[in-house]
Design a protein around this ligand. Structure first.
Ligand code: DGL
Length: 269
């Protein structure tokens, strides 16, 4: 994390248009982390809208307005080559508007990996996501009407912020997660993580769930799509992590350290 002044002076060296990755908080860092692993030779700017988090239970209009406000500011300042919405919630409620507004840029969104789970023949699926993602994601609506699927959509209004607050000691959430899942264990063969924050819980979920339950997330899809769209590379890729809430800086650092400790890729199952 760099102080604002320093960021400004560094930014002037960011001659190659960066890839801009945004979320309400640490969730999007999981996407950034995988992107950097797969394509280190590129400049990245990550912006966490901690000031307005969580997005999951705010009105869609509020989230859309904040997304537009932030993206206008970030695009004006940093002239990105691509925008990555590393947030299922923001994607569900704002991607159409963002694409229309920033029509000169490729805008990549994040969606629950329900399609992959179904393609792998999973029939009893539990999707964990924020209330806005469950309500407004089109894919989930589509699959919900599929009679061959036992699709459970579970809204978790507080979990993203619980993760954010406890990033230094996620084990504290184990009992709460176990209680939440107890009704479904034994009846499902897949869990789809429909929020980028939930990816930090993978090690805990692996402890709670038997190995015949596969855990999916949308990060791999977002990364693949983003990598296809990276046109401006830079041999010494730089990463800048920005937030509009100073007190969230430590949480972002802890989250980044956590991801590094996990090793190769948090997405790998
Ligand atoms: N990380 C965001 C997502 O993927 C949600 C967190 C929030 O509620 O702000 O949906």
């Amino acid at each position: 994390m760099l102080a604002n002044k320093r960021i400004r002076s560094y930014i002037t060296y960011m001659k190659n248009k960066p890839v801009l990755v945004v979320d309400s908080g640490i969730g999007g860092l999981t996407v950034l982390y995988d992107l950097v692993k797969k394509e280190p030779n590129c400049d990245y700017i990550f912006f966490a809208d901690n000031l307005n988090a969580p997005y999951g239970n705010k009105s869609p209009a509020f989230v859309r307005n904040k997304m537009l406000e932030n993206l206008h500011m970030l695009c004006r300042k940093y002239k990105p080559q691509t925008i990555v919405i590393a947030c299922n919630t923001a994607t569900a409620v704002s991607i159409n508007t963002v694409r229309k507004t920033f029509s000169n840029l490729t805008v990549i969104g994040t969606e629950p990996a329900i399609k992959t789970a179904v393609e792998e023949n999973k029939k009893n699926i539990l999707v964990l996501a924020t209330p806005n993602t469950i309500k407004y994601n089109k894919l989930l609506k589509e699959y919900k009407s599929n009679e061959n699927l036992n699709l459970n959509l579970l809204q978790l209004p507080n979990l993203a912020m619980d993760i954010e607050r406890n990033i230094d000691n996620l084990n504290i959430l184990q009992k709460q997660i176990k209680d939440t899942l107890s009704k479904y264990i034994g009846q499902i063969d897949a869990i789809v993580l429909g929020c980028t924050h939930y990816i930090y819980l993978k090690p805990i979920l692996r402890k709670i769930c038997s190995t015949d339950i596969k855990i999916y997330d949308g990060n791999n899809g977002v990364c693949q799509q983003t990598l296809k769209n990276i046109t401006r590379k830079n041999k010494q890729g730089k990463i800048f992590v920005l937030t509009n809430k100073i007190s969230a800086g430590g949480i972002l650092i802890s989250a980044w350290n956590y991801l590094q400790k996990q090793g190769v890729s948090v997405c790998a199952e």
